[in-house]
Design a protein around this ligand. Sequence first.
Ligand SMILES: NC(=O)c1ccc[n+]([C@@H]2O[C@H](COP(=O)([O-])OP(=O)(O)OC[C@H]3O[C@@H](n4cnc5c(N)ncnc54)[C@H](OP(=O)(O)O)[C@@H]3O)[C@@H](O)[C@H]2O)c1
Length: 286
Amino acid sequence: MILVTGANGNLGAATINFLLKKIPAENIRALVRSEEKGITLKEKGIEIALGDYFNSQSLASAMKGIDTLMLVSASSVKDRYQQHANAINAAKEAGVRHIVYSSILKASPNTKFAAGLDHVNTEADIENSGIDYTIMRNTYYSDFLPMILGDFRDSGQVFYSAGDAKINFALRADMAEANANVLADPSAHRNKVYNITSSATYSFNDIAGMLTSIVKKPITYIDIPLNDLNNGMLQHGIPVEVAEMLTSIAASMRDGEFDYADNTLSTLIEHKPLDLKDFLASIYSL
Ligand SMILES: NC(=O)c1ccc[n+]([C@@H]2O[C@H](COP(=O)([O-])OP(=O)(O)OC[C@H]3O[C@@H](n4cnc5c(N)ncnc54)[C@H](OP(=O)(O)O)[C@@H]3O)[C@@H](O)[C@H]2O)c1
């Protein structure tokens, strides 16, 4: 039996959809925070467990009879590491045999990414738990890039703070497919740490070039200081802690923390991950 947490979220739901192509629905349990959030999954024949990373008792009952856990990292900033620690402890107590965890590319204690240390500490807890594991060190979601690009079509400009660093963007759906393939055959991926990336890296200048070809209008990238990026978000009403988190991602990109590519993802999913050029064309070529 496989338990997928964050099952109504984007990565969790997509992982389950790929998993359903490989194993019967009755072998999947989905952790969600309310009955309502589980409706779509229940309609697919998946067992629902109500639970919250902050509630150890709910995690203990969700993990009963589970062999393999897909631990989707928490989305909230507050006590993120503790949330994961609660889930890992519950897995240990329930006798879970394998944990698959959604981490971050180049997880390192020296990271500029504000949530990076939570991933480092969670990875360490998993590795020390005695449970077999597969760490999926996911790069930055391509899916999030349009939020950064904003209304470049009108202004002809993209403002961001990644300098000229190369960045790897990969589609969340490709990452979900990789999760599902690992979950369906965990022993083949025992105690592995995978870098989950597409096959090419691009700078924001490269991206501006791609956008120029796609929208057939000159698009320029303007590199702005990290402080200006942060202040701009605050002026648009983004809460302080969210702005800090988002600015830390730019700082981390700027420092080369997302500059990496290998063929692990394509090997896991047995096809080429969607390249950023094709992703951008699919969104902006209309
Ligand atoms: N690599 C990247 O570029 C990138 C970008 C953004 C996020 N991430 C990380 O990857 C994770 C998955 O991404 P995603 O796109 O699927 O995010 P998402 O759509 O926001 O889904 C997050 C899931 O986690 C659940 N969750 C959050 N806090 C929880 C808690 N205390 N107890 C139980 N469940 C909880 C959410 O449940 P509710 O619906 O009840 O809130 C939701 O199902 C994120 O949570 C984040 O850690 C990675």
